[in-house]
Design a protein around this ligand. Structure first.
Ligand code: PY5
Length: 303
């Protein structure tokens, strides 16, 4: 699906897609000094609902604080910018929204403290990020960066080279997605997703302190699992537990809830999406489109 929209929000103004450009000496282009979010908005035939907008905006400011760059807008202004760009494009379909704040000063210094920061919000029609009925994953040789080396709880552009290398390795080995081990050899994340394994009716996912992004979808799925009376434990997950799991699935804004049916050539369970994964996928799909009263507070209507 070609990524395009008529209008972009850039530094406070609605700008034509063709005019939303940066200089080749933009700091973030050289050093990865940007922070970003991935947000989805779902069209349900009546309105376009942004999923957990406030949580994503809050995390964006959390990332900026960790990187040590000063956001030139308030959280409220960024929140409004998202709604403004959706309305400017008058989207009436599912879209992916990419807010980004980037160090823009054309300079070669590494000291970002006094440099300028620009903010853009790009949104475009977007469907499935991964094959929705089940993917094959490889445990790759690139380890997840340890949080003593880079602050992986922040969505910092430069850190995503780790994810790029992991995904390219998995794809070049014929798999759909990568699973990354942390420095201790535990399975911690996909290249762009949090991971859950199901064993004997219980869900397990790595704890937040284990070099993972504190995913908003991860949080939503843990909440929905509680509604379905499925026990969830946060604990390190070993490679063997993944191989012998009854179910494995990845969650994230782009990935939503994606079943993993094979890891390193080993079928997970019977090699098809498991019952718990399927129940959570179906419930999540209803929640994001305003179908579950209890979670309407997670949705921000665009119109
Ligand atoms: C390419 C990055 C895409 C981006 N990845 C989100 C993401 C997640 C899931 O976080 P959340 O549930 O808050 O989205 C977990 N872990 C990593 C490394 C991620 O990049 C996304 O939009 O899903």
């Amino acid at each position: 699906m070609k990524i395009y929209a008529q209008y972009v929000w850039l530094d406070g103004r609605i700008t034509k897609w063709e005019e939303a450009k940066v200089h080749v000496l933009t700091h973030a282009l050289h050093y990865g000094t940007s922070i970003f979010e991935g947000i989805r908005a779902y069209w349900n035939g009546e309105n376009l609902y942004v999923f957990r907008l406030d949580d994503h905006v809050a995390r964006m400011f959390y990332s900026a604080k960790i990187l040590g760059i000063k956001m030139p807008y308030s959280q409220g202004e960024v929140r409004n910018a998202v709604l403004e760009v959706l309305r400017a494009n008058s989207f009436k379909e599912d879209v992916y929204i990419r807010p980004v704040a980037y160090v823009s000063t054309p300079t070669v210094t590494l000291d970002v403290r006094s440099l300028d920061v620009s903010v853009a919000v790009v949104a475009f029609p977007f469907g499935k990020y991964l094959p929705p009925d089940g993917i094959r994953a490889a445990i790759v040789t690139w380890r997840r960066v340890h949080n003593t080396m880079l602050p992986v709880m922040a969505k910092i552009g430069g850190i995503y080279v780790n994810s790029v290398l992991a995904l390219v390795e998995a794809r070049s080995r014929g798999y759909d997605e990568a699973l990354l081990l942390d420095a201790n050899g535990y399975v911690v994340e996909g290249s762009g997703e949090n991971v859950f394994v199901v064993r004997r009716g219980k869900m397990y996912t790595p704890p937040v302190h284990s070099s993972i992004l504190e995913g908003i979808t991860r949080d939503a799925i843990i909440t929905l699992a509680d509604d379905l009376k499925i026990p969830v434990a946060e604990k390190p997950v070993t490679r063997e537990e993944v191989y012998t799991a009854d179910e494995v699935f990845l969650v994230g804004t782009a990935a939503e809830v994606t079943p993993v049916v094979e890891v390193d050539g080993r079928a997970i369970g019977d090699g098809r999406p498991g019952p718990i994964t399927t129940r959570l996928r179906e419930l999540y799909a209803r929640v994001v489109r305003g179908g579950v009263e209890k979670y309407l507070h997670w949705l921000t209507p665009t119109y």
